[in-house]
Every structure is written in C-alpha cells, then in structure tokens.
Design a protein around this ligand. Sequence first.
Ligand code: PDD
Length: 275
Amino acid sequence: MILYDNRLISREEAHIDVEDRAYQFGDGVYEMIRVYHGRSFYMDEHLARLERSAREIRLELPYPIAELKQLLHELIRRNQLEEGNIYIQVSRGTAPRYHGFPDQARPLTIAYVQHAKRPLAELNHGIRAITTDDIRWLRCDIKSLNLLGAVLAKQTAIDHGAKEAILIRDGVVTEGSSTNIFIIKDGTLYTHPTNHLILNGITRQVVLKLADECEIPFSETAFSKEELDQADEVFLSSTTMEICPIVEIDNKPVNQGVPGPITKQLQEAFVNEIK
Ligand code: PDD
C-alpha cells in the first residue's frame, strides 16, 4: 500500500500526470523517515521540517500535518514495516506547464515504504568519501525535490569507488551529497552551522544532543578542506546511514583507516536511542 493524497491505495492504482510539477520542475518537497522496531524515529521533527520546507517554497500543504501523521502510522501498519524507511513527497500538483505557480492545482502528497536493514558493514568498518565542488543552489536548507546537484556529486563519488561526496564551497566543507559531515579535532566535534548552505539534518540534531549527553565538546563552526584533511576523525550522519565513520577521503586514510574512538562512542549512544 502507498499513500496517495489522503488515501491508502495499491501502488498499481496510483496515477501521476505527465504535467505533475514534481516531475517537470522538481517543484515540491520531501522527507525520509526511518522506522525501527515498527516505530518511526523522530517523525514529528521530520514533519515539522516538511512543513517548513513547504512554507519556504510557498506551497500550502493540502491537509493538516496531524492527518498526514496518522496516515503515515497507518502506512507503517498496513505494510507491516518493522525496519526501513518512509519516503514522503509533496508536489505543487498538476497544471498546464508554465513556470509560475498554477492558480488551481491541488498539491499531491505521496508516501511509500522501503523495507531496509541498518547498513551494518558501513557502520562497523566505515566508508570511503571523495571531495567535490558544491555546485548546488543557495537554499540547501529546503528539502526540495531538485536533487540534480546531489545526484551528480554522488555519482562522482561512486565513479571513484566511494560512497559519499563531501561538498566544498569556497574552500569550506558544507555537507555531504545526502548527509551532514562532522570532524573531530583535539577532542572537539565540529559541523557546519545551520544556514542556507546545508540541510539541518534531523540525525545531525540527534548527534549534537548525544554529544551534549556524552559531554563531548562541540561547535557548530564551518571548517575548511585543509581542516578536513587534518581531522583526527570524520563521520557523516543521515536518516538512512545513521552515524557512519568516514575512514578514507580522496584515497588518503583518516585515523589510519579505522573508525575513531569518539565516533564509536557516539555510535553506541545512537544505538541506545533506537532500541
Ligand atoms: N538525505 N544533507 C542532505 C543534503 C540530505 O539530503 C540529507 C538527508 C541530510 C541528512 O538529513 P537527515 O539526518 O534529516 O536525514 C543532510 C535523505 C536521507 C535522502 O535524501 O535520502
């Protein structure tokens, strides 16, 4: 079953028009929510961000977020989702193709689930990353359906045998193509501050909460490519990748190519969160 507007229907029944604005313009917003043990993880925070993203692109959600929340819980239940992801997107709707907002279109909400296990191999051993230019637009705080900058960066990483692309804008590390990036230097955790250059990841916020609880000093301060190269530990965070060590960047090992102690401490704290 999938969510289509405000109804649960079979995937085969769903119909997307060729003039849906998500399809033609990437004109819409989305969220990805993780489910552990049949329960959603930080759903309220994700839905608050969906509301914010919609507001920032002047898209009025077609029905209240409380109703969407109830439908998503029903979606989890009907699909017997124990461990996996919920993808939600809201398009501005269908109208004759014209860049300006349509007068009458009803925004279309769709959501579906993916059954997916935790990426244990990556979490235990870490991943490789590359650095590449951040060529995205200047409203990366909006979780918009326009993902071509992210798609091209991720593919560059894959082409180099890596799992993530770390994006560099004006010499500064912003975030990953679909993740937030953290470094540890001399015992302090650093990540880019929240502004228009990054998505304020929900997992990022969990990481900062856990750092606080573990009494790991942290600072939301941008760091340069050089500081990344000289970091003691590097990791990424996202809904699907959780807290994942980065053990190699541009073919050079980080922390001798193994996950570092502070990263592991935060990973352990995270595992306690999802129990
Ligand atoms: N990506 N930065 C970007 C550019 C992202 O696309 C994402 C999420 C994050 C991490 O945000 P969160 O912790 O809320 O998942 C940071 C999702 C998972 C995706 O596009 O699949």
